[in-house]
Ligand binder design. Sequence first.
Ligand code: ADP
Ligand code: MG
Length: 248
Amino acid sequence: MNPPLISIQDLHKSYGDLDVLKGISLNVARGEVVVVIGASGSGKSTFLRCCNGLEAAQHGSIRICGQWLLKDGQDLCDKALNELRRQVGMVFQSFNLFPHMSILSNVAVGPRKILRYSKSESEAMAMQLLEKVGLVDKAHNYPGSLSGGQKQRVAIARALSMQPEVMLFDEPTSALDPQLVGEVLRVMKNLAQEGMTMMVVTHEMSFAREVADTLVVMAEGKIVESGPARAIFDNPQHESTQLLLQTL
Ligand code: ADP
Ligand code: MG
């Protein structure tokens, strides 16, 4: 057996007196797609943010791509953290594109500035990624002229431009009009089929059912249930899961 690509052990995170993550353990294999569901406030975003070093946890361990992001509650130094963050792409509910830059530049800027590609190399790579997300024809537009679904597809291309080993998605379609959700989910599904390792927080249950290898259910800072997505959908064990699946 290969070691897991992501290994999280007994992760604890609090904000002041508020315990938000209360001992999360999870292994994710290379190429695995994990969908995380849970009520609002259960700690899903905090969990994902810990997994790419946007939040520091107080206790536990996170190992990604063979590197420790957190070891026995100890953070990495900034240099190692930046290195690791490159391996872990993240897409948020709000797209966070650079409004004053063209779509092409939004996607090319990371490879250019951080991976030190030449201008032509970084632009060629950006065009390939825009092709992957179906937006070549928008390359020279600015974010302001795009729909939410298009913006989110650019955000995915931008995250991919750093050639990550893992992609994290935090409710990527929650801010979109319903008719735009499908185009973003399709891009994510293609990515999963290409073998990308993904952790996805979403309320889109059809996506979870179709694409997830593993479903993780969080409640009040803990994983209360996890396993093959279909098995959980068909036969949810935990009360929180049953409640969630009724309401979603
Ligand atoms: P979810 O994504 O599942 O809705 P979050 O991870 O955003 O949950 O939040 C979990 C809990 O942590 C909530 O009670 C939230 O208010 C709290 N929280 C999140 N971020 C912060 C922060 N930066 N400072 C203080 N409390 C926070
Ligand atoms: Mg959240």
